[in-house]
Design a protein around this ligand. Structure first.
Ligand code: ASC
Length: 153
């Protein structure tokens, strides 16, 4: 009896710990975390790309469309980070291990990108195409520098 209740206690503890580990990530499984961050970046890339096409003169400039794209991109820029949960370095991902081994730089690069995206959304509301082009360039630099360090080709 004694050993049975000990075994039961052990099982309860293991179940509790497993539950706690699970609670650390809202994704359930690594694959979902990877899909989540990739989805946010895909939508961000789509809308950032539309602004890029306008900046390059490949699409006509429409103030509301660009402002909407910039607002969506800025909102998406807040999302990828929680998808880089521990244990999500393997699988269908271009994430470099440095994301976890140099987490401070990754965080600061991400914050810079978010700030520039937010600025782009502000500038886009103003409707000054030259200013939008300038801010588009500044924002793209923050995408690129983070990808150079933390994304596998
Ligand atoms: C994009 C996109 C990126 C960045 C980067 C900017 O539209 O998909 O990864 O911009 O190319 O330099």
């Amino acid at each position: 009896m004694r050993s049975l209740s000990k075994a039961c206690l052990g099982l309860i503890l293991v179940a509790g710990l497993t539950g706690a580990a699970h609670a650390q990530t809202p994704f359930g499984k690594a694959e979902n975390a990877i899909k989540y961050r990739q989805s946010a970046m895909f939508i961000m890339g789509q809308h950032f790309g539309r602004i890029g096409a306008v900046a390059k003169g490949e699409r006509p400039y429409n103030k509301d469309e660009v402002a909407r794209s910039a607002a969506i991109a800025a909102e998406m820029s807040k999302l990828p980070w929680e998808g880089f949960a521990a244990g999500t370095d393997k699988g269908e991902t271009h994430a470099k291990p440095e994301i976890w081994t140099d987490a401070a730089k990754f965080k600061s690069d991400g914050e810079k990108m978010e700030q520039e995206m937010a600025k782009l959304a502000e500038v886009a509301k103003g409707g000054d195409l030259a200013a939008i082009k300038t801010q588009f360039g500044a924002t793209g630099k923050t995408c690129k520098s983070c990808h150079d360090d933390f994304k596998k080709k």
